[in-house]
Design a protein around this ligand. Structure first.
Ligand SMILES: Cc1ncc(COP(=O)(O)O)c(C=O)c1O
Length: 426
């Protein structure tokens, strides 16, 4: 007989996981001190020093640039804003194509659409869940303007190779680095290897300000364009003597002083917070090494994986039961796991109905691209069959908790023969 909790036995973990809280005394003090100044935002959308925001925003940008060894950081109020601004800064416009992976948060693929460009979905590598470079190469056309590589789950895409490819073909490489602060590839920080990187400080990320983000670049021109898009830049193009004004319609993507103050406190703690989360991911992977049919995530050689999430690959043919039954059995043991990450983005209604930003069908009316199931088979296999996720940045964790999770995995895995009678949840 088995003691599996799903069959009436005792669960390995009998209390729900607590939601991870990264906010401590330093953040509280930073907010209080900023409130005392009475300056909650320092921005004005007109020429002058206030065009670049208040003291906390500017300090955050300077310190972020130091920490990530990059020339410019531009604070914004979300990574979504950062991705949109990146498109405008890079001159993406109507008729262009932008290569994106389909296994990512939707904002990655919305960014080109907002500028009238078409996202072109390219499949991912099964090992890292990031863009497959050879497929990127094959997808480049004379309309391609940019590639957005997503450093998914905390692991860098093949960034150096993508950069070489982008430079050779005259494209911009943008990194969606929302999930991978302090991840690295061959000693270079993720988010700084492309022409432009975008970080998120939303409440789910390693470090957070509630809502917020930063763009990073070594390129002076891109940095200025990002700042113009962030802050009503149409009023300043003459002031800055800019000829190429396409894409420089400004928004209000400004981060508040309060959020920036929290960001500074979080940035101080980033090495420690991120190393701790990374440690949990590594410990979990080590504890599950060697089980046939389960492939825990590891870092590609020369890379640092910071484990925003921990994506396990599950082979139902080898394990002998479906992913769904396995995940339900783990839930009964007290371990919350996700079956797949995000449905491949091309299956969203806006692609299926080819209706996004305009009633006349633009930008889909300028090409005959279809978004049928099967477009990116690796992504679909990961989403539908193989990937099991655990939210390393979602819960309060400790080495002891990770060890209990490992114990639960082994318990369910070893007793899986008892689960054959269970049906997949529909
Ligand atoms: C890969 C990725 N890109 C972009 C975003 C958007 O970030 P934000 O919520 O800061 O706009 C997220 C947030 O979940 C993300 O995970």
């Amino acid at each position: 007989m088995s003691n599996l909790a799903i069959l009436g036995g005792t669960p390995v973990i009998d209390a729900p996981f607590e939601i991870y809280n990264r906010i401590g005394p330093a953040e509280r003090q930073a907010v209080f001190d900023t409130l005392e100044t009475g300056v909650l935002s320092g921005y004005i959308g007109a020429p002058g020093p206030e065009f670049n925001g208040g003291p906390k925003v500017r300090e955050l940008e300077e310190r972020w640039s130091d920490a990530f060894e990059v020339r410019h950081s531009v604070a914004v109020n979300s990574a979504t804003s950062g991705l949109f601004a990146a498109m405008g800064a890079c001159g993406v416009s109507a008729g262009d194509e932008v290569i994106v992976p389909p296994y990512t948060m939707s904002a990655t693929a919305m960014a080109p659409l907002v500028y009238g460009a078409t996202p072109v979905f390219v499949d991912i590598e099964p090992e890292t869940f990031c863009l497959d470079v050879e497929l990127v190469r094959a997808a480049i056309t004379d309309r391609t303007r940019a590639v957005i590589a997503v450093n998914l789950f905390g692991h860098p895409a093949q960034l150096a190779e993508l950069r070489i490819l982008a430079d050779a073909r005259g494209l911009r490489l943008i990194e969606d680095n929302a999930q991978a602060p302090l991840a690295s590839e061959h000693g270079a920080f993720a988010g700084t290897i492309g022409h432009l990187g975008v970080f998120s400080l939303n409440r789910h990320k390693h470090i957070q300000t509630g809502e917020g983000g930063l763009c990073t670049t070594d390129d002076d021109d891109l940095a200025l364009r990002l700042k113009l898009i962030r802050n009503h830049g149409e009023n300043l193009v003459d002031h800055y003597g800019i000829d190429d004004i396409a894409g420089l319609v400004g928004f209000n993507y400004r981060l508040s002083e309060l959020a920036a103050a929290v960001g500074l406190a979080q940035l101080d703690r980033a090495p420690e917070i991120i190393a701790e989360r990374e440690g949990f991911g590594v410990r979990l992977s080590k504890g599950l090494a060697g089980l046939d049919g389960l492939t825990p995530p590891t870092a590609r050689e020369g890379c640092r994986h910071v484990f925003y999430a921990w994506p396990l690959r599950f082979d139902p043919d080898v394990v002998g039961i479906s992913r769904s039954v396995f995940v339900r059995a783990m839930a009964a043991e007290g371990v919350p796991l996700n079956e797949g990450y995000i449905e491949p983005l091309y299956l969203l209604p806006l692609f299926q109905r080819r209706t996004a930003i305009a009633r006349n069908g633009a930008p889909f009316n300028t090409d005959n691209r279809t978004y049928a199931p099967g477009l990116c088979p690796v992504t679909e296999r990961m989403y539908n069959i193989e990937e099991i996720g655990f939210g390393i940045c979602a819960f309060e964790l400790s080495d002891q908790i990770i060890d209990r999770i490992i114990e639960a995995f082994h318990k369910v895995y070893d007793a899986r023969d008892h689960l054959h009678g269970l049906q997949d949840a529909s």
